[in-house]
Design a protein around this ligand. Structure first.
Ligand code: NAP
Length: 288
């Protein structure tokens, strides 16, 4: 499943919408990126997001805070960005560092500007299928499934035989930004969802029964091809040192009907979803 190609199309479409919005309102969509400290990976991610914003006609405003920033100070910055008209979307790059209460910081982001989908409000609207912003990586994963005609309810997987159709989805990982929300989105689309995590007794057995596997762990090649049900759809959201996913691609590709590579699968979809939601947030706030 080619996430790079789909993401490119989404970004092109988003750029057109951004240009139209700017022309109609005289205001360009704006995203604030907030970074606490100088973790090299986070600095790279933020820079990448800013570059993509620029290319899509979204103005990005960067707020760099020192590693010593307190929860109170960070909450103050996020409340100010939430209240003011300068930006339409806010991205707090995480993890923010052990001494900061990350949840308190996320909750300082106004739901209408929560284009990264990290607040309680966004999780709730996403889970209930109400208008709001989805968590970007899970949202991107559902777009990929749609693009390839994979109906999580079990119908329409283009290369699976009738007998193999199912709709049992196994999500490995239960983080608030990835595992949990992707499971909720699959559930909302009528998949029968099982969550696995570090305390799951027999991960292999759970994965073997899955028609859709989402790996969201952060452990290199944890999921092996021998555990993939023939014809299953495999989504690898993991990103580990050396550009390696959570799925052993070479063995899994032999059994999966569709599989995402790492890199070039889920990763580009995350940023595309962020840009798309930023323009959507701007359109709503500008009433255009
Ligand atoms: P996280 O917060 O560390 O969560 C990891 C999850 O995996 C936890 O729920 C943990 O279980 C579970 N887990 C750990 N070891 C396991 C094992 N041996 N068997 C089964 N489950 C296990 O990580 P995250 O933020 O969700 O990220 C997961 C991966 O996705 C990482 O590689 C990250 O880099 C990648 N990611 C990619 C994107 C993208 O845009 N492509 C975006 C976000 C994250 P417990 O809950 O029991 O601890």
């Amino acid at each position: 499943m080619d996430g790079t190609a789909l993401a490119r199309r989404i970004v092109e479409d988003t750029a057109k919408k951004a240009a139209g919005l700017t022309e109609r309102t005289g205001t360009a969509p704006g995203l604030a990126t907030v970074l606490v400290g100088e973790d090299p990976a986070s600095v790279t991610y933020v820079r990448m997001k800013q570059n993509r914003c620029r290319k899509a006609g979204i103005e990005s405003r960067h707020v760099a805070l020192t590693a010593a920033t307190t929860t109170g100070e960070l909450v103050g910055v996020l409340r100010e960005l939430s209240a003011g008209p300068a930006v339409h979307g806010i991205l707090l790059q995480h993890p923010v560092g052990g001494h900061v209460d990350e949840r308190a910081a996320f909750e300082a982001i106004a739901p209408q500007k929560d284009v990264d989908g990290v607040t309680f409000a966004s999780f709730a609207t996403m889970s209930f299928g109400l208008p709001g912003f989805v968590s970007c990586t899970p949202g991107g994963i559902l777009r990929l499934l749609d693009e390839y005609g994979v109906d999580p309810a079990g119908w329409g997987c283009p290369r699976a035989s009738e007998a193999e159709r199912g709709g049992r989805a196994v999500v490995v990982g239960r983080s608030a930004i990835l595992g949990k929300p992707v499971g909720m989105l699959l559930l909302a689309r009528d998949a029968t969802v099982t969550y696995c995590h570090s305390r799951t007794a027999d991960l292999s057995a759970a994965v073997r029964g899955a028609d859709i596997v989402v790996a969201a762990v952060g452990r290199s090649r944890l999921i092996r091809g021998q555990d993939i049900k023939p014809g299953a759809v495999v989504i690898d959201a993991g990103y580990n040192p050396g550009n390696v996913g959570d799925v052993d691609f070479d063995s899994a590709v032999e059994r999966a009907s569709l599989i995402t590579p790492v890199p070039g699968g889920v990763g580009p979809m995350t940023i595309a979803t962020l840009l798309e939601q930023t323009v959507e947030a701007a359109a709503r706030q500008l009433g255009a």
